[in-house]
Design a protein around this ligand. Structure first.
Ligand code: FE
Length: 208
């Protein structure tokens, strides 16, 4: 089986926020898909280990922000590679609150959706949510970011927890961050090293 066939699939990039017990969380996914128009429904797959997946399961609500090509990489690093259990992600970005009490981004985005969960399936590493869109709005004119643009132009990484992650065999020797996929080139990883992308310590790196 040639797994690089999966690289031929096109995706967008989205921030999926949720709010559970007064605590906001949010993560980056490429798995938001409109499945029907009437009624307006979407599916999204979120890694079970993400605080956001738990928050959606607990509350039955999430939002979706469509990221644009001009979104700062800091925003993607924040939502994609850090955990909402340690960082209050929405304290670092401008946001507004939807009718379900869920925050959504106001910058680096061109549209947002307010979603109410109808069904949830355990699909292994991820939870797959089917949701009704109860509200949506265009927020800007920027181009939606494609996953290909994120990789080729923004030089973005795919974290191991992503639906589309594939373990590559790097050409260099070094250390790989198990959280975000960042590669440190060099034989020895300094013990006080901090990942420049996800801010995690040397202990989360594995030898490659
Ligand atoms: Fe990292």
């Amino acid at each position: 089986m040639d797994l690089t066939a999966f690289f031929k699939l096109n995706y967008g990039l989205y921030v999926i926020p949720a709010m559970d017990g007064g605590r906001a969380s949010g993560c980056v996914v490429n798995t938001l898909v409109q499945v029907t128009a009437e009624p307006a429904r979407v599916t999204v797959a979120v890694n079970k280990e993400n605080a956001t997946a738990q928050a959606i399961q607990n509350t039955g609500f999430f939002a979706a922000s469509v990221l644009t090509e001009d979104v700062p990489m800091d925003v993607i690093s924040l939502f994609g590679f850090r955990t909402s259990r340690e960082v209050d992600k929405f304290s670092e970005v401008p946001y507004q609150i939807d009718d379900h009490g869920v925050p959504y981004l106001c910058e680096g985005t061109n549209a947002r959706f307010a979603c109410k969960v109808l069904e949830c399936w355990d699909v292994g590493t991820h939870l797959l949510f089917l949701a009704e869109v109860t509200d949506c709005e265009v927020l800007g004119t920027g181009h939606s970011m494609s996953y290909a643009y994120y990789h080729t132009v923004k030089k973005g990484l795919t974290p191991p927890k992503a639906s589309s992650y594939q373990k590559s065999t790097p050409k260099t020797t070094g250390w790989r961050c198990t959280i975000c996929g960042y590669i440190y080139e060099g034989e020895e990883l300094p013990p006080d090293f901090v990942c420049p992308v996800c801010k995690q310590p040397a202990s989360v790196f594995e030898k490659i």
